[in-house]
Design a binder for this molecule. Structure first.
Ligand SMILES: O=C(O)CCC(=O)C(=O)O
Length: 304
């Protein structure tokens, strides 16, 4: 972990200075861990909670190993490098492995994303029993790869209004590895209201629109307000945020896969988005099937 304030980090089609107008650092909320009310207030205020070391590190290392063994068996890794370094092999490409149960439903993986630490956290956070979707999102981001800015609600907004995402790094992730970046204020600033009421009401399976809102973080900040924030992560850390916290990622500049998973949690008594639960969740059934509307066209229609 090497980069510091003033470092230039690529994100989408821009380069952002860490500590500058467009990109700052996330703060952790570990000091609030024993106080659910304060955690809820912090979530309302910040739109996220960064909790360092919530998961036992050895459990995350074990899940990482399962994922890397799978990537290795699929010839994605450099066979001459140590498995646990996750070095991208010749021809190895980044992969979205959402729903890949051969990995996501192994005991090692479930012992992280359904651990007593994370389920217990949400039981306390919601002050009632929580549940997590059966479908788990898993990503191996290759060199030059990144995630464009979006709200999660457009992918999973049919159930609970209290649904939260947990982003779990399956690596120690430096700035160069391409960590997640949140657009602070996107969940509550007035400048984002119209965006929340247009883009934020879309459903990718119903509306068949591309999901990412933008790959231009500077334009987002200049137009709607807020500031992106990121940090370096260690295995064991989790980043929790709501459906209206816009986020994307810094570009992976390394020769290693940036490995992470994102999983969802809500109160068990709330309605559940039917696409993501059950033995074999139906997942996205309309998105990218047939004609897909470009985000550019949709944004013109919404006037944002
Ligand atoms: O890991 C990434 O690059 C994207 C993750 C994401 O979009 C999410 O956690 O909702």
């Amino acid at each position: 972990m090497s980069a510091a304030t003033g470092t230039i980090l690529p994100m989408g089609k821009r380069e952002l200075e860490l500590g500058g107008k467009y990109l700052g650092n996330l703060r952790d909320s570990n000091e609030l861990l024993d106080n659910p009310e304060a955690l809820r207030a912090r979530m309302t205020e910040d739109g996220y909670l960064l909790l360092r070391g919530l998961q036992p590190r050895e459990n995350v290392v074990a899940a990482r190993r399962v994922l890397l063994e799978n990537l290795s068996a699929n010839k994605q890794l450099d066979p001459n490098a140590p498995l646990m370094d996750g070095v991208i092999g010749e021809g190895g490409r980044g992969a979205f492995m959402g729903g890949a149960k051969a990995v996501t439903h192994t005991p090692e993986f479930l012992s992280v994303v359904e651990s007593p630490q994370i389920m217990g956290f949400f039981d306390r956070f919601f002050s009632e029993q929580s549940l997590t979707f059966d479908y788990k999102w898993l990503r191996a981001v290759g060199k030059g790869g990144y995630t464009g800015a979006h709200y999660d609600v457009v992918y999973m907004g049919r159930g609970s209004a209290r649904l939260h995402t947990v982003w779990t790094p399956l690596a120690d992730i430096s700035y160069e590895d391409g960590p997640l970046a949140l657009l602070l204020g996107s969940h509550n600033l007035e400048g984002f209201k119209k965006l929340r009421e247009t883009y934020g009401r879309m459903d990718v399976d119903r509306d068949k629109v591309q999901g990412w809102f933008s790959d231009d973080p500077m334009h987002l900040v200049d137009t709607f307000g807020g500031r992106f924030a990121t940090t370096e992560f260690r295995m064991g850390d989790v980043l929790i945020f709501g459906m209206y916290t816009m986020h994307g990622s810094i570009t992976n500049q390394t020769g290693r896969f940036r490995l992470s998973c994102d999983t969802r949690y809500q109160p068990a008594s709330d309605p559940v988005d039917e696409r993501w639960v059950g033995e074999n969740p139906i997942a996205h059934y309309g998105w990218h099937k047939g004609e897909t509307k470009s985000m550019e066209t949709a944004r013109k229609e919404w006037g944002v």
